[in-house]
Design a protein around this ligand. Structure first.
Ligand code: GLC
Length: 575
């Protein structure tokens, strides 16, 4: 029997196509070396993670992204992989991994693995075989170039970790490419055998039950060294990138359509226009990408180590453009911190007097944008930069190389240390501070990297016991809000007051529902202008015109309602 057609006007466009599950989800990143140590060797491990799953399930996160736990010489903290198919004994065993995965699933969460296939470790059997001879069947799995008569390198490309991106293999007399450390040779994705080997390893992890992949520097896989192009154009976003990702989707994901998987590609230098292509569901490439535009705004002309102050208007312009650019097609991932960035409250907020307020303000602003938010371990309690004062406290290869290069170029020790204090990746890599005490509740042994002085004060135990001033509790409420609220999940984004250097304000709108976020991004009080938005006008007027006063959904200053925002105050209102 023919059904009565529904008049088009009453169909809610947002309800017509069910939105993907990850529009409601929040992802939590575990960087395993520093999350929790179960065996007392000073390095975090799978047993430690298993002992802390309650913390993550209390927080309410939906997905855990686990940074690499595969066998690795640990030149780049596990991003140099020597075997894709098992677990480094440093972290545990494959059996323990299966148990962890089962526990994560039993708690209703998903687990996404890190896929690092732009490069391998130089200890990976593929590279060992490839470098053994120019005639090795695996030679072409990596990117080699012959010696030139003048001895010059094949291109002027620079490694992301200082120095040239080519190293001469003395034994065979050819150069191999490494966009990162010399111990991280780049795979040759132009070779179909390489692509098939990667698809096969992804298959094996998906068969084990993992729920997707975070793909490390995945826009670097399609390089064009053949043309010896200068600059980033040669290694970021080569012409084949979309083909490679579509092929991967076809080979690995397409036949698993019954499962809710997540794919997120890390893409330094990606533009909004490219991101639309990568994340348009119709193109079958990726669910979302990590873009870098907002985390390089405070880079100086030379590198991130020439730090310059960030202007709020630049940040708003950038994030606002991404909101706009991916409004119709594609999807944003939302992050301020991860294992490659300094602590967000130290970088964007005030990690002294206003630590609670600014940590929660940053969380509210980020989580209420349109996209999938990512929480980096420790940010949910407002952990701060390490502020190391001596070189021997640093562990990160990027920081150590930078020190060497800058000293060789004439910088003083104190100058280099100052830049590391602000921008070293180790700022975000110190142990999660679970409790007061020598190992910060992270380990019973000696931590592989020092627990900063803040470990005495900023801990999970103290934060969770601090009632109204718990950063953790604020994050928990934001994550729950996203689960339940369709405006947060899908509402259209509009930036307000783009030229204001202290106010970060925006609305989210879905049908006739609206959310307004007003955030005072400064350590001084801020006078709100009721004309900023009708919702604010209604909230600030004694007798709201035509109906109930807007509701305060969440805020970080209890009982506050007037026209003045306190330092680092955020308010979220709903009409
Ligand atoms: C990515 C990772 C970073 C790593 C690099 C090389 O940017 O996030 O930690 O050093 O790739 O694998």
């Amino acid at each position: 029997m023919p059904s009565t057609p529904v008049p088009a006007a009453v169909v809610d466009p947002a309800a017509a196509t069910p939105a993907p599950w990850w529009t409601r989800a929040t992802v939590y990143q575990i960087w395993p070396r520093s999350f929790a140590d179960g065996d007392g060797d000073g390095i975090g491990d799978l047993a430690g993670i298993r002992s802390k799953l309650g913390h993550l399930s209390d927080l309410g996160v939906d997905v855990i992204w686990l940074s690499p736990v595969y066998p690795s010489p640990q030149v780049d903290a596990g991003y140099d992989i020597s075997d894709y198919d098992t677990i480094d004994p440093l972290f545990g065993t494959l059996e323990e991994f299966d148990e962890l995965l089962a526990e994560v699933h039993a708690l209703g969460m998903k687990l996404v693995m890190d896929l690092v296939v732009n490069h391998t470790s130089d200890q990976h059997p593929w590279f060992v075989e490839a470098r053994s001879s120019v005639d090795s069947p695996k030679r072409d799995w990596y990117v080699w170039r012959p010696q030139r008569p003048d001895g010059a390198r094949p291109t002027e490309w620079r490694s992301a970790f200082s120095g040239p991106a080519w190293t001469l293999d003395e034994a065979t007399g050819e150069w191999y490419l490494h966009m990162f450390a010399a111990a991280q040779p780049d795979l040759n994705w132009a070779n179909p055998e390489v692509r098939a080997a990667v698809h096969a390893l992804m298959d094996r992890w998906l068969d084990r039950g993992v729920d997707g992949f975070r793909m490390d520097v995945i826009n670097h896989i399609a390089k064009s060294p053949a043309s010896l192009e200068a600059g980033a154009a040669g290694f970021e976003m080569g012409a084949q990138i979309h083909d490679h990702l579509q092929e991967m989707h076809r080979e690995v994901f397409a036949h698993r359509g019954d499962r809710e998987l997540l794919t997120v590609g890390e893409m330094p230098g990606v533009s909004v226009e490219d991101a639309v292509l990568f994340t348009d569901p119709a193109r079958r490439e990726l669910d979302m990408v990590f873009q870098f535009e907002h985390v390089v705004l405070d880079n100086g002309p030379g590198s991130k180590f020439d730090h310059v102050p960030l202007r709020l208007t630049d940040l708003k312009r950038s994030l606002g453009r991404w909101q706009e650019g991916l409004a119709e097609r594609g999807w944003n991932s939302l992050y301020l911190g991860n294992h490659d960035q300094p602590r967000s409250v130290s970088r964007y907020g005030d990690d002294g007097r206003w630590r609670y307020e600014s940590a929660t303000l940053l969380a509210a602003v980020l989580h209420l944008h349109r996209g999938t938010p990512y929480v980096y371990q420790g940010d949910e309690i407002g952990m701060t930069n390490a502020r190391f004062t001596r070189l021997d406290q640093y562990r990160d290869v990027e920081s150590l190389n930078r020190h060497q290069e800058a000293r060789a170029a004439g910088a003083t020790e104190e100058e280099v240390l100052e830049t590391l204090r602000v921008r070293s990746r180790d700022n975000g890599r110190t142990p999660v501070q679970w409790a007061d005490g020598p190992g910060a509740g992270f380990t019973t042994g000696t931590p592989w990297i020092e627990v900063p002085a803040s470990g005495a004060e900023i801990t999970v135990a103290a934060d969770r016991a601090s009632g109204e001033r718990s950063v953790f509790d604020f994050y928990r409420r934001l994550i729950a809000l996203r689960h339940d609220d369709r405006v947060v999940q899908l509402g259209a984004f509009t930036m307000l007051a783009p030229d204001d250097e202290r106010l970060y304000a925006f609305t989210r709108t879905l049908g006739d529902e609206r959310l307004l976020v007003v955030a005072n991004w400064s350590g001084e009080p801020y006078e709100l202008d009721p004309a900023l938005d009708p919702l604010l006008g209604a909230a600030l007027s004694a007798v709201p015109a035509g109906g109930a006063a807007p509701e305060l959904v969440i805020g970080n200053v209890p009982g506050s309602s007037g026209p003045t925002l306190s330092p680092w105050e955020v308010r979220v209102l709903r009409a």
